[in-house]
Design a protein around this ligand. Structure first.
Ligand code: SAH
Ligand code: SF4
Ligand code: F3S
Length: 478
């Protein structure tokens, strides 16, 4: 049974499990790394850090795991099905290892952190288990495996942000890039495994972020997405910046950081994810309003529309607070796109409480949503305190209702763009045809239009929207 649904095909869930590659240099002697990522954008971004660390050691990436000397799978623990998918894939890799005993198979990311050395007992053919804060140790760990040992490093750190590592951009279109601005999470949403797999929240030094964005811009990139589990709690406490005390940079909050990145260049689009309803401030909204190049799009996960359930989820806001934040967004940035995450069938959720989720969707009319059935995760507060008492069939029926409701609004939001001119950053050819380009508008909706000789990927173009499919705007260059 599918335990999740998304109405936005442009989001990363569609990238699950894709092999990440960099064009090889053709050096035959280089050891080959195959790396495959699951889970959130943070994991995809981390894989680029891993590739960077290993490229320093002379590794090249390959798209074919049968050619690889090292196979890494960067894993996600967020729901049981996410872990199941990883295990199935891992079976295929371990079969490759039976044929080629010299092959190194490693498990990275959140499942590695959650299961630690237990992974090696459960999956006997795995050689390396490495948590998200231990990637600098990879060369050493691979060395141990080369000597015939198993290697584990799942130490979490309070400081590691990989700030100085310049990520190797994998599978890149040369236009959009993820930039990690913080790691970990200090919230304790009762359903969530992330605080256990990613450790304490810490913010990355701001000038290193600005430098990475500037470098990307100079290399032709035109859009950065600033990543964190809760970007609104980004905070740099005026510690030393690049070895010297900066007099004018004392405390940098998320609004300040957004502004610093927006100022890199007006032609660089800035996006960010994820915003937490308890922390998103009007200051952030006014900063978005002030800079044309900060995209008018906010991912604001609601999880549930009912205050009692939100309390059990330990989300630390209630329905009224959430709606107040939505009203603030609509007041300050009327054109802003809003998307969300919803969980159906959380412990003790009644039919009435489920209706509150549907009614909050009616109020906000989200542009997109990621929707999930509750999946109990070992070790979380909810697993310890509550019984996972909603039957699968009920969770699934509620999910269907939520999905059906969202489809109406996703479609209506696209329809509202008919006849309007949108500024689109061309990302490349559309998936279906090389006669069409695709790119996203400011609100993150995908726009498809016939290739125009005057424009190429990486440029901005004005597109008149003439029709829509269920998930895409279709138009012509004007
Ligand atoms: N930091 C982000 C979310 C990260 S996880 C935030 O706070 O919004 C992405 C989404 O997965 C969550 O928003 C939630 O909707 C979903 N999710 C997390 N744990 C889950 C679980 N145990 N069962 C079902 N969905 C879950
Ligand atoms: Fe998980 Fe909550 Fe942190 Fe998001 S804010 S990562 S849902 S604990
Ligand atoms: Fe999954 Fe870890 Fe991200 S659990 S959603 S990969 S932080």
């Amino acid at each position: 049974m599918l335990d999740f649904a998304i109405t936005d095909k442009t989001h990363d869930e569609s990238r699950q499990g894709e092999a990440l590659v960099l064009t090889p240099s053709g050096d035959k002697a280089a050891r080959k790394l195959y790396i495959e990522s699951y889970g959130c954008a943070m994991n995809f971004s981390d894989s680029e850090i891993v590739a960077s660390i290993l490229s320093e050691q002379g590794f090249e990436t390959t798209a074919d795991y049968n050619q690889a000397d090292v196979i890494f799978i960067n894993t996600c623990s967020i729901r049981e099905n996410a872990e199941q998918r990883v295990r199935n894939r891992l079976r295929e890799f371990t079969i490759a290892k039976v044929k080629n005993p010299g092959l190194v198979v490693g498990v990275l990311g959140c499942m590695a952190e959650r299961l630690k050395a237990k992974f090696l007992e459960e999956e006997k053919l795995v050689d390396v288990v490495v948590g998200p804060d231990a990637y600098r140790d990879l060369p050493n760990l691979i060395g141990k495996v080369d000597e015939g040992q198993k290697a584990v490093n799942v130490l979490l750190s309070r400081e590691e942000t990989y700030a100085d590592i310049s990520p190797v951009r994998l599978n890149s279109n040369g236009i959009n890039a993820f930039v990690s601005i913080m790691r970990g999470c200090d919230n304790m949403c009762s359903f969530c495994v992330v605080p256990f797999t990613r450790g304490r929240e810490r913010s990355r030094e701001p000038l290193s972020i600005v430098k990475e964005c500037t470098d990307l811009f100079n290399r032709g990139y035109r859009e950065v997405t600033l990543l964190g589990q809760n970007v609104d709690s980004y905070k740099w406490n005026g510690r030393e910046i690049e070895g010297q005390e900066q007099e004018n940079v004392k405390v940098v909050n998320f609004a300040n950081l957004l502004e610093m990145v927006a100022l890199v260049d007006p032609e660089l689009r800035v996006r960010f994810s994820t915003s937490h309803p308890k922390d998103i401030t009007d200051e952030v909204l006014y900063t978005m309003k002030k800079y044309e190049n900060i995209c008018n799009y906010i991912h604001l996960p609601v999880q549930s529309g009912n205050s009692r359930i939100l309390d059990l989820m330990n989300r630390t806001y209630d329905r009224e607070w959430y709606l107040n934040r939505v009203d603030a967004i609509r007041r300050i940035i009327p054109e802003c796109g809003i998307s969300t995450d919803v969980i159906t069938g959380f412990c003790t959720e009644t039919e009435e409480e489920h209706q509150d989720t549907l009614s909050i969707m009616d109020y906000v009319q989200y542009d997109f949503a990621y929707m999930f059935m509750y999946s109990e995760r070992p070790g979380t507060l909810a697993a310890k305190r509550f019984t996972d008492d909603i039957p699968e069939a009920v969770k699934s029926r509620r999910l269907k209702e939520v999905v059906a409701r969202q489809q109406q609004y996703s479609y209506a939001r696209l329809q509202a763009q008919l006849g309007k001119v949108q500024r689109v950053l061309i990302e490349g050819f559309s998936k279906k045809s090389d006669k069409d380009y695709c790119g996203r508008n400011d609100q993150n909706a995908m726009v498809v239009f016939p290739v125009h000789e005057n424009y190429k990927p990486g440029q901005y173009v004005n597109v008149l929207v003439e029709r829509t499919t269920t998930a895409t705007l279709i138009g012509v260059v004007v």
